[in-house]
Design a protein around this ligand. Sequence first.
Ligand code: CMP
Ligand code: MG
Ligand code: ZN
Length: 598
Amino acid sequence: MGARATETTRELESTSIKYQIGGHAEKMWQRLKGILRCLVKQLEKGDINVVDLKKNIEYAASVLEAVYIDETRKLLDTEDELSDIQSDSVPLEVRDWLASTFTREMGIVKRRPEEKPKFRSIVHAVQAGIFVERMYRRTSSMVGLAYPAEVIVTFKIPVPNLISFAEALEVGYSKYKNPYHNLIHAADVTQTVHYIMIHTGIMHWLTELEILAMIFAAAVHDYEHTGTTNNFHIQTRSDVAILYNDRSVLENHHVSAAYRLMQEEEMNILANLTKDDWRELRSLVIEMVLSTDMSGHFQQIKTMRHTLQQTEGVDKAKAMSLILHAADISHPAKSWELHYRWTMALMEEFFRQGDKEAALGLQFSPLCDRKSTLVAQSQIGFIDFIVEPTFSLLTDSMEKIVMPLIEEASKSESPAFGTPSQNSLGAVSNAEAQRRPSFKSTSDGGTHTENSLATVDLTSFKDNLMKIIQANKERWKELAVEEELVKNVGEQEKDQSRNSTDAQLQEETTRIQNESSQGSDGTTCPPRSIVLQVVSFDTPLSDESNSEKCTNSDPNQKDLTDAQQETQNTDPLNGEPKHCKKSEDSVKATEKEALIQN
Ligand code: CMP
Ligand code: MG
Ligand code: ZN
């Protein structure tokens, strides 16, 4: 009898090991079932001793554990998504970048030795680009006006604190003078989150505290960004990398530093929140901002896709994190003019990191070598593998969450559906309302029918986004043809073709600049929204004398001060500069005003 029991043990041992290695899940379950049945029979017959029985049960437990680990690993595995990236249509450099940036495993897609990237140069592609430098209009002076009175009243956010906090945020976002990760990116992402909440109807699912958390997280999500990547921090062993043990280094800093600001009494915008609300908001904000770390992208997508397949409801923090993540990479879903400019701004930021890497004797990070980066190709890869799947998941998630709300609301004619009624069905469940007594109502409170669930059209929302994303991809494809040519020609020809690519990109830049800067009266004043100063990349950011502005500013003043001064020349009612028409002579060919609008 002992021999048979040991036999069972051995069988279990070998199959469990085989299982861990091979992962034959289905077979293993059958095996395990058979072995357990056999044990039961042996027990019934009294044909087993206690020691062997214990051993066999322990093995069974270890096999079960192995199955569990394997199942969990499968859920965490991002290789499925990455295998698509192996596709030959994606250049190796772009594949390397996607794999190293959007997963936690560095360099999953290994560079085959025979496929060293062929260096080609589109040096002046950078110069053809344009980037956002600073705002003409300083919004902080209007902060109190910009927020609906209800918001301020509901959370009793002290307006002076809000102004001080917003000012401090602007200072932090301007600290490193980044072409991309600056206060305009923060404003852009915040506005986009707001747009998504309204147009998907998701705001009716969220409590007011959660909506506040979303807006707040978006506003602080890149606070004090250094203009360099997490990997750069890790490689250079920066203070923040040491502080945060190489884990989501920047993202940890963004939230932590923003909360540190609020430790100052005069900047504490959350002073009037109850303890519970404060803690809940903090927990949501931390989760959302940490989820903007792109190395968690594939994992985040996979987990959310899995959630959507389950019958249970969607986890709020996960849905909110997806919204912020989508907003953070949303420029490819906006007009070509905006998308192109944001891309070139980001490329310039990457290239500056590349310059630093070269100076430090480090290898170039992906997309950071200004002499060889395939801008158009990388954008096609970014759209195909990152942006499209994210927005497709976003719209699917919104559908799963909002459709039942729309159905229920239409039945009960709730205020969220546009017809105020006593039996209103709010977005907040009873359980939630009880859990957070101070946030019983839905965000619209039944008073704003313009953003009601009845007006939500998820199909158009999705179609529209996808159409724009596709159109942008086509534009990159056109530019990629030229890029590819340059890559493939010989040294001498390379130079000629490079000029042609540069000319093409320069043409594109000029066209975009002209389109965005032509006001209705033919002046360079943009029609509305946030006015940005855009200079070409060959104008050093730090060289104030090179960048003339609308106003007669002191050349010694720093960016933020300039922006402040520009605010004084801004019509506070419509946000347009009062006199941004420069004398024709003073307008440099490289300097234009441009418009960011979503
Ligand atoms: P961040 O704003 O911190 O978080 C989202 C990241 O996506 C952003 O930094 C960039 O690293 C990356 N990203 C955004 N747009 C693009 C783009 N057009 N091409 C490549 N990467 C991008
Ligand atoms: Mg970020
Ligand atoms: Zn960002």
